[in-house]
Write a protein that binds this ligand. Structure first.
Ligand code: HEM
Length: 147
């Protein structure tokens, strides 16, 4: 999204924001957590498809919650700190909606789905949603430049 001074939101803000908070560092942490959550979801999806008992291990159940909480915290911190609101930046609003849909389909895939087919279908949808979330975050555009 173009700003009134003609610069793009994001990079320039990240470099010029308050001296005390290192936004580039927080963004790097956010991206690292996003990659970690994606890898961990793929692995758990694979274990679900393979009917592996590893999926029920206590640490496999708990660790993703810690990673997701940190991902959410760093995302909210950046949104507030860089004044990127979902009202003014539709890509963030769509990204958040896609995250909610991903959480629901992800939970059906790994836990709540009643049959194997249901869980496998939910896994496919959640992987597509995850790819879309990454694409929206990188393009800052819900239409990914196609619309
Ligand atoms: C599955 C969850 C999430 C994924 C996969 C994800 C992914 C990403 C990625 C890859 C970037 C870096 C984009 C770039 O390099 O320009 C990013 C940036 C960002 N994310 Fe997330 N994110 C997630 C959750 C959230 C949440 C919950 C929020 C906040 C409410 C959020 C807010 C932001 C903001 C404000 C930026 C910085 C935009 C900028 O100025 O460049 N993210 N996200």
């Amino acid at each position: 999204m173009k700003r009134t001074d003609g610069r793009e939101h994001g990079e320039s803000d990240l470099m010029e924001s308050t001296a005390t908070i290192s936004w580039p560092l927080i963004k790097q942490l956010h991206v690292a957590l996003a990659l970690l959550t994606a890898c961990s979801f793929c692995l758990r999806g694979y274990w679900m498809l393979a009917r592996s008992p590893r999926l029920d291990a206590p640490w496999v159940r708990r660790l993703p919650h810690v990673v997701d909480a940190l991902l959410l915290a760093t995302g909210i911190a950046m949104a507030i700190g860089l004044s990127i609101s979902p009202h003014a930046h539709s890509w963030l609003a769509i990204k958040l909606l896609a995250i909610v849909a991903y959480v629901v389909t992800g939970s059906i895939a790994l836990k709540r789905g009643r049959t194997y087919r249901q869980r496998a279908a939910a896994l496919a949808v959640s992987l597509l949603l995850l790819a879309y979330i990454f694409a929206v975050a990188l393009h800052h555009d819900a239409g990914l430049g196609l619309a």
